[in-house]
Design a protein around this ligand. Structure first.
Ligand SMILES: [Zn+2]
Ligand SMILES: [Zn+2]
Length: 228
């Protein structure tokens, strides 16, 4: 059985199962100017998955270089410009492939996404995500939870062995993502939040903006949440 949770920054948590002993690390940053969550999940062979480069591509690339990480895949929680801005730089400087939910893939295309002030260099998706397990790094038991509402293809990435969920702009500490953008849907968001609220209460939440929390710490207001 898994023991212990994911550890912030450079900490190490060990997960023992009946026949293997794996070490998974999670690196976390909050990067300016929008306080975006940028995360790297690393297995014991230093294969890594990067979630939402945001505008933090420099710190991520520096960490990868210093620690000898091989970034295998970049995952976007959704296609908003502040989360995808660094995709191109990561793809250019590593061999990483890029994945996003198929319903948000159009947002990677400047000609098709809603207009924004944020400059995003072009980077196209190599892999399109649906609901279900992600096998980009076999040792990392990531599962894509399609949680629409903030955008059509918003996805939470759940790492059960580490009691961790990367919640994008679905759930924040004390708040939820906005549903007044093009492609948002409040009813979908309510259903998505119900799904997230049903994760084990000890699950640590690594959000798309701001401070980390746990599902249990948010349940008081999150359970049965409805937009007014
Ligand atoms: Zn967003
Ligand atoms: Zn955001």
């Amino acid at each position: 059985m898994p023991t212990g949770g994911a550890v912030f920054s450079t900490g190490i948590s060990r997960t023992a199962s009946h026949d293997t002993c794996s070490v998974i690390r999670i690196l976390a940053w909050r990067v300016p100017p929008y306080d975006n969550g940028l995360y790297i999940i690393i297995d014991e062979r230093r294969d890594a998955i990067l979630i939402d480069p945001s505008m933090g591509e420099r710190v991520a690339l520096e960490a990868a270089r210093e620690q000898g990480l091989r970034i295998v895949e970049v995952l976007n929680t959704h296609g908003h410009p502040d989360h995808i801005a660094g995709n191109a730089a990561i793809k250019e400087e590593t061999r990483a492939r890029l994945a996003i939910h198929r319903l948000d893939a159009y947002r990677l295309d400047a000609g098709r996404r809603p207009q924004s002030q944020i400059v995003v260099r072009p980077a196209t998706a190599d892999d399109l995500i649906d609901e279900g397990p992600l096998r980009f790094v076999p040792d990392l038991d990531l599962v894509a939870l399609h949680t629409p509402g903030h955008t059509e293809g918003s996805t939470c990435f759940y790492l059960a062995s580490q009691n961790a969920v990367f919640s994008g702009d679905v759930l924040f500490k004390g708040n939820v993502g906005r549903v007044d953008f093009p492609g948002s849907d409040a009813k979908d968001m309510e259903r998505s939040l119900e799904r997230v609220a049903a994760l084990p209460p000890e699950t640590r939440v690594y959000p798309g903006h701001g401070e980390q929390t746990t599902i249990g710490d948010e349940l008081r207001w999150l359970r049965g949440f409805r937009f007014a």
